[in-house]
Design a protein around this ligand. Sequence first.
Ligand code: AP5
Length: 277
Amino acid sequence: MRARLPYRLQERHFVSWKQSQHLKMEFVKPPDRSNRAAWLEGPSGRCTPQPGVVRRLRLILLGAPGVGKGTQADLLRKHLGACHLSTGDVFRAAAHSICEPSPAMAAALDFMRRGELVPDTTVWEMVRERSQCLHCRGGFILDGFPRTLMQAESLKKLMEDEHIVLDAVINYELPLAEIVERLSGRRTCEQCKAVYHITRQPSRDPGGCDRCGGKLLQRDDDCPESVKVRLETYERSTAPLIQFYRDLSVLLPVAATGSPEEIFARTAASLEAILHG
Ligand code: AP5
């Protein structure tokens, strides 16, 4: 008997063989179409117009801090042409903005430095004012959002109201010791935000970014005290989302062991499996 299909995927299973081969080809074609201006800056930001996209995926990435969601989102973005929407990146962009942060944003940045979750109301206000990004023509990869049941319920309602189809929720799984090792060795480019690891994914030039030459820094919330709080917070507030999305039949568990390319290959295979039955 065929496994239960994700709640919004049924229509995709009624495609001809020829169409399905076409979808497959698009999946491996590497378009790179999104610059995230509207996501990072909010309603004042304008993304560069994108050429026509004939196929798009809308995905949520779940998993503990440091499991590699950002690394996989970057690979998925390159292969799918989908926009990488990370709530953590919005907060970090606000922290480095030359504009004075609003009182709510200043409070949010304090929560973030301590490794605690930013309050739901602040996060939801920020996502709502960027809800046009969910209509991005290339699709989207949500990374770090939703993170609580309230956020997940609100997103579900918004997507239903705006007739946006969620294709899948990928849940990356990794033992705790490996997560801590990944977080403690992470370095991020000050300019382009490319992510490295001091031993696992080192840049060719130690201390400098391979893409833009920017300085590589350790994130404030990667200090041991904040990492401990982030992992406890994940267990308490975010892990229950696994069951939430399992109940909606959209959950795809993926082992996050091995190299980023191996994990990406597993992710792509899971997506192919649900898209092509
Ligand atoms: P956010 O930026 O979302 O951080 P996070 O979820 O804690 O995730 P990370 O960015 O730490 O890790 P990742 O899974 O992306 O791993 P990465 O690919 O970098 O959130 C930060 C904060 O903002 C939160 O704590 C909270 O305060 C606030 N916030 C954000 N969204 C919120 C929301 N919705 N609600 C409330 N608060 C919110 O990889 C990690 C390291 O491992 C890197 O060094 C990488 O090079 C390395 N690596 C990756 N893959 C591999 C591999 N396969 N093998 C070896 N090393 C690898």
